[in-house]
Design a protein around this ligand. Structure first.
Ligand SMILES: Cc1cc2nc3c(=O)[nH]c(=O)nc-3n(C[C@H](O)[C@H](O)[C@H](O)COP(=O)(O)OP(=O)(O)OC[C@H]3O[C@@H](n4cnc5c(N)ncnc54)[C@H](O)[C@@H]3O)c2cc1C
Length: 456
């Protein structure tokens, strides 16, 4: 079968790429191949009753399928060049922000318009941070929330499903470079196209590596972020979260001069397990729906580690530490901050006696047996620094869940048009190593769609 454009992966990168071409150049024949299910068939079998833990489905309903890894996420679209990826290094800061705002308009016109946009512009909170050796990064953030994010994706699919050929449950196994385009192989069938846009996200990282090796496309190793998820009573951070929702705060530690940063803040949210290739780590969610809100707020504290010589595999380092926590705790470990500072493990009665009710059932334990000292010291220092701007963060009953790991794909060598050395073969989104967020991945999709449209 012959197409003008084949897109591999229906995460935000692939969806926005297809959407832009469908709207701006309807005559283009577009196919999207997705390893996972369509949106309404994405259901994780873990129900806490009959199925209590991961049964290793052929494709993970949480990470794969229409909407990609972001489908059940908190739907925080951060409009900023300060974090979420380095798209601006390729396309320029102004263009990157313009595209992220454009994506926001599309989300709003597909069900997200009632949600709130928060901004750090003009906040007095910035000064308070500086006075306490903390840096507040600049951003605007549209918080769709898990529920509205799902609705927006559903509306986008409804609009696209008759105009774009979607192939679900169809992992692409190979890309072959032809003289006049590309051959894409899925489930033993071959499909041809003039342009090919690869948008396989984090879950497609191993396959992406294989493709780059086979096609001799150079790659560079990326960093891994390691740390814990912090849970506190919402009221402690309310001044900050009410005004900014998601604040990205960076602290430079005194001891090692490492940078510790807050990540993925979930006011009135819940802490959740995340399963990556059978390794259980921790994450967080929050909801727009008032009925689902809790009395707790959670956020991650992360330290970046990048290895180069002789050990290069930053992700393997992160995985090993996560595996260690799983070995000791059978999954995620939870510890009271007071217990950590006293050098003792938390146990069920110490957690139960605390004033904070955990939103995730995790194994009480000792994070100092899991996280390297340098990382843990940094996290402890940062909690005390945050305590100065939001008294109570470093309380004894503050809960720390570990480990939280953010893996990044290796960086694929791309031109400033996000094109590989093969004309018409583009790599976008998290799979390229260039983006690590919903807004950057989506913006990269629109950017490449426009490159293809301009060539018509
Ligand atoms: C729990 C969670 C919460 C998050 N919350 C946020 C948030 O609030 N804000 C934010 O900015 N970011 C968040 N993120 C990150 C965000 O989801 C990603 O940055 C974003 O989804 C990347 O988009 P993408 O299109 O590049 O890749 P993905 O969303 O990963 O999509 C890639 C798609 O490609 C498919 N695929 C892979 N290999 C193949 C193949 N060989 N053939 C066919 N299909 C293939 C996959 O099945 C997948 O559906 C969160 C992530 C998780 C896991």
């Amino acid at each position: 079968m012959k197409y003008d454009v084949i897109i591999i992966g229906a995460g935000p990168g692939g969806i926005f790429s297809a959407y832009e071409m469908m709207i701006k150049k309807p005559e283009l024949k577009i196919a999207v191949f997705e390893a996972g299910h369509e949106l309404n068939r994405r259901k994780c079998p873990i129900d806490g009753d009959k199925v209590k833990s991961c049964i290793k489905c052929q494709t993970c309903a949480i990470m794969n399928g229409f909407g990609g890894a972001g489908a059940f996420s908190d739907g925080k679209y951060n409009i900023t060049n300060d974090f979420g990826g380095t798209l601006y290094e390729y396309i320029g800061k102004e263009e990157a922000i313009k595209l992220m705002n454009y994506v926001d308009d599309i989300n709003c016109s597909h069900g997200g318009s009632g949600t709130k946009m928060y901004s750090t512009a003009g906040t007095a909170f910035k000064k308070k941070c500086v006075q306490n050796k903390l840096i507040l990064l600049d951003a605007s953030v549209r918080h769709l929330g898990t529920d509205i994010n799902y609705i927006v994706l559903g509306n986008l699919f409804e609009e696209m499903k008759d105009k774009v050929d979607f192939f679900f449950d169809s992992p692409v196994s190979d890309i072959v470079v032809n003289e006049d385009g590309y051959k894409v192989v899925s489930k033993g069938q071959t499909y041809e196209s003039q342009y090919c846009v690869v948008s396989v996200g984090r879950s497609g990282s191993k396959w992406m590596e294989e493709v780059c090796r086979k096609l001799d496309i150079p790659t560079k190793s990326n960093r891994v972020d390691l740390g814990v998820r912090v849970e506190i009573p919402s009221v402690i951070f309310e001044d900050i979260t009410d005004e900014l929702y998601e604040s990205k705060i960076v602290y430079r530690t005194e001891k090692f001069e490492d940078r510790v940063r807050t990540f993925c803040m979930n006011p009135h949210g819940i802490v959740v397990n995340e399963n990556t290739n059978g390794i259980v780590t921790v994450n967080g969610h929050s909801f727009e729906d008032e009925a689902k809100k809790t009395d707790n707020t959670n956020f991650a504290l992360l330290v970046a580690k990048h290895f180069s010589e002789p050990f290069k595999d930053s992700n393997e380092y992160g995985e090993s530490i996560a595996r260690l926590s799983n070995m000791l705790g059978g999954g995620v470990i939870v510890q009271r901050f007071g217990d950590l500072e006293r050098g003792r493990r938390s146990n069920p009665s110490r957690i139960a006696e605390g004033t904070l009710v955990p939103t995730l059932k995790a194994t009480p334990g000792d994070l100092s047996l899991v996280l390297p000292k340098r990382i843990l010291d940094g996290i402890i220092e940062m909690l005390h620094a945050l305590d100065k701007i939001a008294p109570g963060v470093a309380n004894e009953d503050t809960l720390l869940y570990g480990v939280e790991v953010k893996f990044y794909n290796m960086e694929v060598e791309l031109s400033e048009k996000l094109e590989t050395k093969y004309p018409g073969l583009y790599v976008i989104g998290d799979g390229s190593g260039v983006t690590h967020s919903l807004s950057h991945a989506s913006a990269s999709g629109v950017f490449v769609a426009r490159q293809i449209i301009d060539k018509q």
